[in-house]
Design a protein around this ligand. Structure first.
Ligand code: TYD
Length: 228
């Protein structure tokens, strides 16, 4: 089949939400579904995605940036994002490949801005610098009560025989995570044409189906393409 839509316009999709809502699993599943429709897509994540941004990721998640305060951390996330956009996201979109990112700019808005108290103007300025016009076409916000999400994370750690250590943000208390959830919901409400909120409190298969319904509805070029 001649595929002109893919060549003319690759799509940028981001996944957002609090801790333990199952984003990474669903990002992988969406990639697999897109591959079945012959869409070429790359999976990435934030913070990270490129070697330079992964170095910033380690620095932040080890807690080494905590003393910089939420404003300093917002600047670090933005620096990593600038490199991620320039070296991975923009070139892939230009080459006709869809890009699916596990977190992006809404995480800075939610964690450092609305929940962390960093001024909107700083967040907006950093965003305009880092994104350089590359806003996502679609953002899927996976929503879950943090108490349920935390129980799931603990259960998974027990099943995998892993210690539950908690990185920089996982250590915040439950009230903080409830504010974080509200922050993502308010971002989605303020950006209805870009963001869709989906309850993550359902089985992985059902959630995958709900996400696919949103993605295929949003992008008509997927209509009629085979997906098992
Ligand atoms: P990660 O282990 O990838 O968490 P998750 O699996 O929940 O995505 O760690 C990323 C952490 O960084 C997570 O706690 C969210 C946080 N974060 C911010 O605070 N601001 C940001 O801009 C980004 C991209 C992530």
């Amino acid at each position: 089949m001649l595929d002109t839509s893919q060549a003319s316009r690759a799509r940028f999709i981001t996944f957002e939400g609090g801790e333990g809502v199952g984003k990474s699993t669903q990002v992988k599943r969406l990639l697999a579904s897109l591959a079945e429709t012959s869409i070429q897509a790359v999976r990435t994540r934030e913070p990270g995605g490129t070697p330079k941004a992964e170095a910033v990721r380690s620095f932040i998640l080890q807690g080494r940036s905590e003393s910089w305060g939420a404003g300093g951390e917002a600047v670090l996330f933005a620096a990593a994002r600038l490199n991620h956009v320039n070296e991975l996201i923009a070139p892939n979109l230009a080459a006709g490949k869809w890009v699916i990112s596990d977190r992006f700019h809404d995480s800075t808005r939610a964690y450092q801005g609305l929940t962390g108290g960093v001024d909107d103007k700083l967040i907006a300025a950093l965003e305009s610098l880092a994104l350089d016009g590359h806003a996502p076409d679609l953002t899927i916000v996976l929503d879950m009560d943090p108490e349920i999400a935390f129980r799931r994370v603990a259960q998974r750690a027990i099943e995998d025989g892993l210690a539950l250590t908690g990185d920089r943000f996982e250590k915040e208390d439950i009230e903080w995570h409830k504010r974080l959830r509200d922050s993502f919901l308010s971002i989605a409400k303020a950006n209805p044409s870009r963001c869709v909120v989906i309850s993550a409190d359902q089985g992985e298969d059902a959630l995958e189906g709900a996400i696919w319904a949103v993605v295929s509805d949003k992008f008509p070029e997927l209509t009629g393409r085979a997906r098992a």
